[in-house]
Design a protein around this ligand. Sequence first.
Ligand code: FUL
Length: 489
Amino acid sequence: MNIKPLLLALSLTILACKMSAPPELSPNTVVPTVTLIEYQEMELIGFIHFTVNTFTDKEWGYGDESPEIFNPSELDVEQWVKTAKAAGMKQLILTAKHHDGFCLWPSQYTEHSVKNSPYKEGKGDVVGEFVTACDKYGLKAGLYLSPWDRNHKDYGTQVYITYYKNQLKELLTQYGEINEIWFDGANGGDGYYGGANEIRKIDRDTYYGWEKIIAFVKDLQPQIKIFSDAGPDLHWIGNEKGFAGATFWSTINTDKLTIGASKTDYLNSGDPEGTQWIVGQCDVSIRPGWFYHSDQDSLVKTPQQLVDIYYKSVGRNALLLLNLPPDKRGLIHENDVKSLTEFKTIIDESLSTDLALGQNASANNFRLEHSKFLPSNTLDGDSTTYWATDDGVFPATLEIELKEKTTLDRIMIQEPIRLGQRVSQFEIDLMDANGWTTVFKGTTIGYKRILRIPEIKTSKVRLRILEANNTVAISKLGLFKSSTQENSQ
Ligand code: FUL
């Protein structure tokens, strides 16, 4: 029998199988929505803390401040937005109302607002100007509306909850699309409370009726992302230093969280068993305080400190929310602008040139030996393509071979998070004169992990994934040489 035609048919079938679309890698049970992926991709966003505190030199206003003191001499919201944009920020969040209860917009429900201030003779609306400026320069706008209100006479009763919802309605219906609303966890204590000057305690679990407030907000703006200690879309990282845990899962279990009373270490690490995908957000101020104080002009974080924070937030699978508090003029101070500008230059110098792009990648296994899952997908600069192994392959090893010996000290790894977060243990080896040397042992990767390793000249880098909760999939492995400015003082 002539088996040649049979063999030919068989080879053609194998080839056809390899060419045709393979079954998609099954996603994990918990995956982010497209909206949350887009949110995570912003990476760097900014905070603007500005209110009566800017003029009283306080961090927490008591609530008895006269609106008369809100009198910025050169308020320029476009300066805030342009400064943020130049630094690479994709969104700004403004304190529409802080704990003192003073409103930066002319709310119809209170006299404690800009409408009774000298600013534009009471005709100003800082929230409106802010949102317009964000739109003009292509930044998303977010608003902070403090649940705790030390001015309001009814704080602590249901009358105040109605007031709070009325204010949410004003903010979410009068200014177009708001990308994020920020619910702070500080709640209840002493305050002015319409002249009562007393301590008011609330039950953090029940007082606000968060479930209803969240539904109310989503009803007004379905695309909005809600931040709080407990999500539902974005959660606090558990400290105000801007650091996510070195192990950080985007999954978490909200049953274990209460706004204003969550365990900070749980927020800082996330939960591999978590039942919801909630993006981690690392908030920190460029100065010691959240509000501007002239005696902190010399205490602005250095570009190097900001870079360190960036590696511990964006580089650990979270977002960095950096606060830039305007001064009494209503401008972000020159010292803050200078530090921020240098920070941006350093980050660009360190992370813009990916030395691995287009180099050679190989792996101990790639799924179905199909081109959709090729190791080289990690080096193509396209975040939608990825390398994946067959099920159950551990360790999964990806090796990058550079055409020539190259000096590097930063490694960027990304998982295609639309399929979920998977990796829980990995190591990095570099080839030196003695063979492979392990230079980093890590746990989670997620959307983005950036590793700082001692500088080395090498032509081979290896990622070994030892443990994951599902089949391994990696969308990027980048190699960089950091700016010499990262460590200069
Ligand atoms: C905290 C507040 O008490 C601070 O004043 C600041 O707004 C910070 C971002 O959140 O809980």
